[in-house]
Design a protein around this ligand. Structure first.
Ligand code: UAG
Ligand code: ATP
Ligand code: API
Ligand code: MG
Length: 521
């Protein structure tokens, strides 16, 4: 694959001169490295194993295993600064294998992987999308829309990685710094012209994207989530900002490209004056004149009419005025659509081609996905798993509801505990028909997670706890009023698992809902 041998590797990391002599007797020195690999379980013959100390285990414990599996060399985290740029050797099964020790290696991997894979992000449009909610939706819209206008697009994100329409499931929303560069290189060989990449705050804070050259970077919104990892909203905000900030910022990515910022979010609007080359987006008609006064490029919604099939959106912009037809539900999806539109326009894709094809964009898997069967209540499967998302999803559902509104939700284990009572408060501000259920308890006790949620309720009448998700959905469908009621099933969206302990059990809200409605998907 890549044309990169161990000699180049030694030079790249600046191994100290006193170690260079030992390399003359090293048999693999001219051999090309096939792939970079952070995980010993994935090693194939010819790979370089990168051994990093992680949060739950230490990659250096798997060096011998990686050599047995065929690694031709090892790049390892050096514990102490004085071990930086030194060499050691392993003798395994009669093979002598080189290890380069680098101090604070994790911070250097994005740059190295970028060099190894020959700067793939510089050869196509890579759009980075960040924000608490809406990343998957916006990235799927961008990739889908680009495909509709004749581009070849790919996605890196929560639902998976790959060419649009052929995603392979992924563990992380934003993969490791190595996997990002290798996916980008792979997309390039498949003639992809545009990649929509979800950039999580973990991805930014852990340097997974630091050496990606973004052609455009986009901000949806910021609200409470992930405080188990960032501890404060200020840290969380700073991590997000690093996708947009000028280069002198400590965490900043290599290049942000064009910036697309949601003006309707307080954090987004507070950033605008610090940014050049920005497109400002507002979906609040009253903000039109404010946005025009900024003197930046903009897209502003002047009116929206919602109907059973989605929405018609009239907009003004520095790129031209027009109407977008949308088949996506909810006011927040108007914002997601306009942000995607702004990103594509900032990259000079055709205004008229985009406007003309908007009505063909399909709803996103597990995002405000509506299930209707005659004579049965309407069920919406959505991925809302933060207080703000649940609020927005319930507002959207209630605009279409002529009967009672129901909500079924839970909260993930081993994740931000503080959002649990807040989600309860949000649910209760919209409806009294609430069912609390499990949503990936992981290694936490499910009863304690439910207690955290229940602590947020002000009154308890009509609140039901049905821990088994299938039974919760069945109960709601059987007890809701046929024809008029809407049941929002929140939190799992596209997921096809329930994580209990460390085990993923097959489970899908979409299939469960279809089963009890007698619908097909
Ligand atoms: C806290 C965190 O982000 N952890 C990520 C991190 O794991 P880690 O460095 O702690 O890895 P580790 O398990 O301690 O192992 C250390 C090293 O040993 C290696 N190893 C380990 C075992 C073995 O047998 N052989 C081996 O070589 C591992 O590959 C790793 O390089 O690096 C791994 C590889 O890239 C990630 O999969 C893993 O994400 C875990 C699964 C995770 O849950 N992350 C969440 C918090 C996350 O990042 N979420 C965001 C989305 C948030 C949002 O919704 O917005 C995301 O971008 O996914
Ligand atoms: N612009 C938005 N503002 C507020 N809520 C939104 C917005 N877009 C989507 N949502 C809500 O958030 C949920 C998750 O949306 P989406 O999957 O697009 O977000 P995400 O940022 O990718 O989430 P994750 O961090 O889990 O990957 C949706 O199902 C919906 O309820
Ligand atoms: N990417 C999000 C997904 C949460 C979805 C929800 N089903 C849960 O498990 O909490 C996270 O890891 O916080
Ligand atoms: Mg996502």
């Amino acid at each position: 694959m890549a044309n990169y041998n161990l000699k180049k590797l030694v030079n790249y990391f600046g191994v100290l001169p006193q170690y260079i002599d030992t390399l003359t007797s090293y048999s693999f020195i001219d051999q090309n490295i096939t792939c970079l690999q952070l995980d010993s379980r994935q090693i194939m013959a010819g790979d370089l194993f990168i051994a990093l100390k992680g949060q739950s285990s230490d990659g250096r414990d798997f060096i011998e295993k990686s050599i047995k599996a065929g690694a031709i060399a090892v790049l390892a985290d050096a514990e102490l600064a004085e071990h930086d740029k030194t060499l050691t050797y392993h003798l395994v099964d009669g093979k002598k294998i080189l290890q380069i020790n680098i101090y604070q290696l994790a911070n250097k991997i994005s740059a190295f992987a970028n060099t190894f894979y020959d700067n793939p992000s510089e050869k196509m449009n890579v759009v980075g999308i960040t924000g608490t909610n809406g990343k998957t939706t916006v990235s799927q819209i961008i990739a889908q829309w680009a495909t509709l206008i004749g581009e070849k697009s790919a996605i890196i994100g929560t639902i998976g990685n790959g060419i649009y329409g052929h995603l392979r499931p992924s563990v992380n929303t934003t993969p490791s710094s190595v996997d990002i560069q290798s996916h980008l290189a792979d997309f390039l060989t498949q003639s992809v012209t545009i990649v929509a990449m979800e950039v999580s705050s973990h991805g930014l804070a852990l340097g997974r994207v630091s050496d990606v050259t973004f052609s455009a970077s986009l901000f949806t919104n910021l609200s409470r989530d992930h405080l188990d990892f960032h501890y404060t909203m200020d840290n969380y905000n700073k991590a997000k900002w690093s996708l947009f900030s000028p280069l002198n910022d400590e965490l900043a990515v290599k290049s942000s490209g064009k910036r697309v910022i949601n003006f309707d979010d307080n954090v987004g609007s507070s950033w605008i004056n610090q940014l050049d080359d920005v497109v400002v987006v507002t979906c609040i008609p009253d903000n039109l004149t404010k946005v025009q006064a900024l003197g930046k490029r903009y897209i502003a919604v002047s009116s929206v009419s919602y109907h059973d099939q989605g929405a018609s959106i009239i907009f003004e912009s520095s790129f031209g005025n027009g109407i977008l037809q949308s088949r996506l539900f909810g006011a927040f999806n108007v914002s997601n659509l306009l942000l995607a539109f702004a990103a594509l326009l900032s990259l000079n894709y055709s205004f008229s081609a985009l406007v003309n094809s908007a009505g063909a964009l399909l709803p996103i898997n597990g995002r405000m996905e509506i299930f209707t069967v005659k004579g049965k209540p309407t069920v919406i499967v959505d991925y809302a798993h933060t207080p703000d998302a649940l609020d927005k999803a319930l507002i959207a559902a209630s605009t279409h509801c002529n009967g009672k509104l129901w909500v079924i939700f839970g909260c993930g284990g081993d994740r931000d505990r503080g959002k649990r009572p807040l989600m309860a408060q949000v649910a209760q501000s919209h409806t009294n028909n609430i069912i609390i259920t499990n949503d990936n308890p992981r290694t936490e006790n499910e009863d304690l997670i439910i207690n955290d949620i229940v602590n947020g309720f002000i009154e308890f009448d009509n609140i039901k706890i049905i821990k088994d998700r299938t039974s919760a959905i069945q109960w709601a469908i059987e007890h809701a009023n046929y024809e008029t009621d809407i049941i929002l099933v929140a939190g799992k969206g596209h997921e096809d698992y329930q994580i209990i302990g460390n085990t993923n059990h097959y489970y899908s809200d979409r299939e469960t809902v279809s089963h009890f409605l007698g619908a097909t998907i």
